[in-house]
Ligand binder design. Structure first.
Ligand SMILES: Cc1cc2nc3c(=O)[nH]c(=O)nc-3n(C[C@H](O)[C@H](O)[C@H](O)COP(=O)(O)O)c2cc1C
Length: 138
C-alpha cells in the first residue's frame, strides 16, 4: 500500500472512531471490518428505501439478524486464528454511512475491530445457566 492510500485509510479510521462516540481505543486495532446489512437481499422490488434506526420495515430486523450471525462467525474465526475482535455499534446510520459512501438502503450493523489483543480481560460475570435455560417450556 503506498503512503497516500495508507494516510487516507488512517483518516477514514479516525472518522469511524469519531462517529462511534469518539472511542479512541479503536485506533489501536489495525483493521476495521465494517459489516453492512443489505435489505435488497429480502426486498426485490425496485422501490426507494432509506433506512435508519427507526425504520418500520420488518425486513430490517431480518437483515440485522442475518448479518449479526455472519459477524459472530467472523469473530469466532478470528479467535480461532489467535486474533481478537470487538463489536462497535455505538453510532448512527446518518453519521457513519457518508464516511464510506454507503447507500441509504444499506444498514451498518457493526464495526468489528480486529487485531492482536494486548491484554486478556477477566471473563465478565455470567448469569447461572439455570436462569437462562428452559426445558420443554418457558
Ligand atoms: C450490539 C453491540 C454493540 C457494541 N458496541 C460496543 C462499543 O461501541 N464499544 C465497545 O467497547 N464495545 C462494544 N460492544 C462490545 C461489548 O462491550 C462487549 O465487549 C461484548 O458484548 C462482550 O461482552 P461480554 O464478554 O460481557 O459478554 C458491543 C457489543 C454489542 C453486542
Amino acid at each position: 500500500m503506498n503512503l497516500a492510500i495508507t494516510k487516507l485509510a488512517e483518516l477514514t479510521r479516525q472518522k469511524l472512531a469519531e462517529v462511534s462516540h469518539n472511542q479512541k481505543w479503536m485506533l489501536f486495532a489495525p483493521v476495521f471490518i465494517v459489516c453492512v446489512a443489505d435489505i435488497r437481499s429480502r426486498i426485490k422490488e425496485d422501490v426507494n428505501i432509506s433506512l435508519n434506526e427507526n425504520s418500520p420495515q420488518e425486513e430490517l430486523k431480518q437483515i440485522i439478524r442475518d448479518t449479526s450471525i455472519a459477524i459472530e462467525h467472523i469473530a469466532l474465526e478470528a479467535d480461532n486464528l489467535g486474533l481478537a475482535t470487538c463489536w462497535v455499534a455505538w453510532f448512527t446510520q446518518e453519521e457513519i454511512r457518508p464516511i464510506l459512501n454507503i447507500p441509504t438502503d444499506k444498514y451498518v450493523v457493526s464495526i468489528l475491530t480486529l487485531g492482536y489483543a494486548n491484554e486478556i480481560p477477566k471473563a465478565s460475570q455470567r448469569k447461572k445457566i439455570e436462569e437462562i435455560l428452559h426445558y420443554e417450556t418457558w
